[in-house]
Ligand binder design. Structure first.
Ligand code: UPG
Ligand code: MN
Length: 770
């Protein structure tokens, strides 16, 4: 007898990670240690109050250390949310065909955003589109929409070229079951495989690809599209929109149907998916809400044309690495186990082009790979803006209540029944992408991608979760998408600063994850959202720990419990630096030392465990923790400061698009694992100052204990700390003093930070002498 269909044809499963129980027990033990730490702080405050020094430097030190430990404890609590119920899901796309016929598959709209042809090379954007146009998915159900916030004819030109190439590329990929459907990635992998390169078909394709690349490059260099490249009348009409007064900040809407499924065929006579270019209207006088605004325009325009129930959002710096991904993801949207309240299925953002040791930790393993598993066992991962398959309906209100819309044709239930290039459709599409269309509507507040934060993705998913939506994480063996991470230090830090600023905007808004989130999501999920929301507060403990103990050390002031005794001192029974007192147990100060040891090693070790179980190497983890320290004194701090200035209306930051281009020399250095500074940035000043203060205090500390061995025990932890930072900061000293290439730290930065270091040391000696 045949077993019931639903059990044999499971489309997905979920199982808890094996380390869950360990995580929970460890969290309990660690929590006890945290309480002890607070007790120690209480004791310190008590003894201070009993003494008469309440307002001296000791007060400042005790207070600062208390604040930093409170923030550390808070961040530790939020992080535990990811460790309480991590799960691993599995999909069985091979079972899908047992459940739905191909003609029953839902339509899929893909949104690709780009914003600047000089930071986001049009060829790469076009390759992103090619990689998804070539999905193993029925062409009549697939539409790719490109939003160009750069309003650039160069980008449009690249797409027109890509569409021509697609007519060959798509059938080639499908016939040969190609996995890498981004042509650039495909040809790069082909490399020097002489057998395959000599195949006539590949030769032809490659020549065609190269000549397309050349034309796009020529246009990019000239800054405009040459007449000779414009072959068809409708292309000429499109480019005619770039009149003299057309600028990226001020221009009318441009919509170009580049491929029309109903008409365009590939060289094998099969129809091709739709490909539509949109550059929404811009006016200098009106806010355009950056990527969030672009996505909302895409939501409306696509609704009038294809209105697919599932939308894939992709940044132009990511591309499909697996043509089967849509089918895999549908395992969550279709079949007997599908839940109608799943808003989206998120795939991890993964990157290529990262150097072997990932010196800048730009892989962001915790954010994109590890933490989402933790979220997934709760209500589901937060949205990272790209590589995400979203149910269109989720943009239009809670699962059970649909928000009303100003025009029914843009709602999720509307069935488009006119040809996409019909006059009516195009007229409506132009109307709804005008820059004041959203005035007095619910777009950005209750509908669509939400406005009000520089991290529209995080904010939008938070709002969706609080409305009752759930989300899933889909992380198969083969990366579904690959992309570029910023691989220049300043680029990475600026990106991180933008994220932090956006996150803290939500953290302290009326939608704060803790206050607004807890009643709606439960405390654990609210904590998970808070980790990111308050991400930049890491800066408080990191900055304090990067300066205060070191400045105290310079003055021979001890601020931590006693540590090891100096080895030359004659005592017996030292185990791991802990002296055994005559009664046999550790003494009180040494117990506190053990507590610190446990707290620090415990946190580091658990983090390393999570990292390595997700496939990370030791050296990558080392670099990750280094970047955490670096970010602490740079982007986290600057974001927090900027947020405070914003609150006082002093400064406002926009969405600075990260550059995806790198000079040759820079690339070479990056691939060798050499840090890239080169430009001057205020963030580099704080970074180099921290590095110098630690170096100086480490040297002075060592000199102090060598000359007076009795001090070793008192100052051990501070010497260890500054030594640890000095070790981490090695590439910074190199870039300041030993390098002559153009990626070194500019002299101005070195001089300023040396002066600042001097000033800090001088003021510290004044303060600590009181
Ligand atoms: O005014 C703008 C600015 C940006 N973008 C696009 O937004 C995407 C992300 O920009 P990028 O400079 O690459 O920023 P990242 O920091 O790398 O982006 C991360 O962070 C963003 C904000 O949280 C998310 O939207 C992204 O999906 C996520 O990858 C790119 O495709 C841009 O073209 C626009 O369309 N319009
Ligand atoms: Mn990006």
């Amino acid at each position: 007898m045949k077993p019931p269909r639903s059990t044999t044809h499971r489309l997905h499963t979920a199982e808890p990670l094996r380390r869950t129980n360990f995580n929970r027990i460890f969290a309990a033990v660690y929590a006890a240690a945290v309480l002890l730490l607070l007790f120690r702080h209480a004791l310190a405050i008590k003894s201070l109050l009993l003494s008469n020094l309440a307002y001296g430097s000791r007060f400042a030190v005790i207070f600062a250390m208390l604040i930093s430990d409170i923030v550390l404890i808070f961040m530790w609590c939020t992080e535990q949310a990811y460790r309480m119920r991590p799960i691993r899901r599995k999909e069985f796309p091979e079972n899908l065909k047992e459940i739905v016929r191909e003609d029953e598959l839902p339509a899929l709209d893909v949104f690709i955003c780009t914003a600047d042809p000089y930071k986001e090379p049009p060829l790469d954007v076009a390759n992103t589109a090619l990689s998804v146009l070539a999905y193993d998915y029925p062409a009549e159900k697939l539409a790719v929409y490109v939003s160009d916030d750069g309003g650039s004819q160069l980008t449009l030109f690249a797409f027109l070229e890509a569409a021509k190439f697609a007519a060959r590329w798509l059938p080639y990929c499908k016939k040969n079951d190609v996995l890498d459907r981004n042509p650039e990635a495909y040809f790069a992998k082909l490399g020097h495989d002489s057998d395959r390169i000599s195949s006539e078909e590949i030769k032809k394709l490659k020549t065609m690809y190269n000549s397309m690349k050349l034309r796009i490059d020529i246009a990019l260099e000239k800054g405009e599209v040459d007449e000779e490249f414009i072959k068809e009348e409708r292309e000429r009409e499109a480019f005619a929109k770039w009149t003299d007064d057309f600028t990226r900040r001020n221009h009318p809407t441009v919509i170009q149907i580049i491929l029309n499924n109903a008409e365009d065929k590939d060289i094998g006579g099969h129809s091709m998916p739709n490909l539509i270019y949109l550059s929404r209207e811009k006016s200098k006088a009106l806010p355009h809400q950056f990527k969030a605004g672009a996505q909302n325009a895409l939501l409306r325009v696509s609704a009038t044309m294809t209105n697919a129930p599932i939308i894939l959002t992709l940044d132009c710096d990511m591309y499909s690495n697996d043509p089967q991904t849509p089918l895999r993801v549908l395992c969550y949207f279709l079949g007997p186990d599908a839940q109608s309240n799943v808003a989206y299925v998120h795939c991890p953002q993964m990157f290529n082009g990262i150097n072997k040791t990932d010196i800048y930790a730009c892989e962001n393993k915790f954010i994109f790979q590890i933490n989402p598993r933790g979220y997934d066992g709760l209500l589901g991962p937060s949205y990272n803006g790209s590589c995400c398959f979203i149910r269109r309906r989720a943009f239009f209100g809670a699962p059970s209540s649909l928000e009303s819309l100003e025009i029914p044709e843009i709602g999720p239930d509307h069935i488009p029944n006119r040809p996409i290039h019909s006059k009516e459709v195009l007229a409506l599409a132009h109307h709804i992408s005008s820059c004041n269309y959203e005035n007095k509507t619910n777009w950005g507040s209750k509908i669509g991608v939400r406005y009000g934060s520089l991290v529209e993705d995080y904010f939008t998913s938070f709002r969706m979760h609080t409305q009752g939506w759930r989300t899933n994480f889909c992380y198969p063996k083969r990366a579904p998408f690959l992309g570029n991470a910023p691989i220049s230090l300043v680029g990475l830090l600026s990106q991180c600063k933008r994220w932090c600023l956006g996150l803290i905007e939500v953290g302290f808004s009326k939608y704060s994850p803790i206050i607004y989130g807890t009643p709606k999501l439960g405390i654990v999920m609210a904590l998970a959202y808070s980790y990111l929301g308050f991400w930049c507060t890491w800066s408080i403990p990191i900055t304090i720990y990067a300066f205060l103990p070191q400045l105290a050390l310079l003055n021979g002031v001890s601020i931590f419990p006693k540590g090891c005794q100096f080895p030359s001192v004659e005592t017996h029974g030292y185990v791991l630096g802990v002296s055994i007192s005559s009664s046999g147990g550790p003494t009180v100060t040494e117990t506190w030392f053990l507590l610190y040891l446990f707290l620090v090693l415990g946190a580091y070790a658990q983090e390393y465990l999570d990292f390595s179980l997700e496939g990370g190497t030791f050296i990558r983890w080392w670099n990750y923790q280094r970047m955490w320290l670096i970010k602490g004194v740079t982007c986290y701090s600057f974001a927090l400061a900027e947020y405070l200035l914003n609150c006082l209306n002093i400064s406002t930051q926009g969405f600075n698009v990260t550059s995806k281009v790198l000079e040759d020399e820079q690339s070479k250095r990056y691939n060798k694992g050499i840090f890239e500074f080169g430009v001057s940035s205020p963030m580099f000043v704080s970074l180099t100052t921290a590095a110098l203060v630690n170096l100086v205090s480490f040297i002075v500390g060592v000199v102090q204990v060598v000359t007076d061995t009795g001090k070793f025990e008192d100052l051990f932890m501070q010497i260890f700390l500054s030594g640890f930072v000095t070790l981490n900061a090695w590439p910074i000293y190199e870039a300041m003093f030993f390098r002559s290439d153009s990626g070194r730290i500019v002299t101005k930065t070195t001089v300023v930070s040396a002066l600042l270091t001097l000033a800090f040391c001088k003021s510290a000696s004044l303060i600590f002498s009181h």
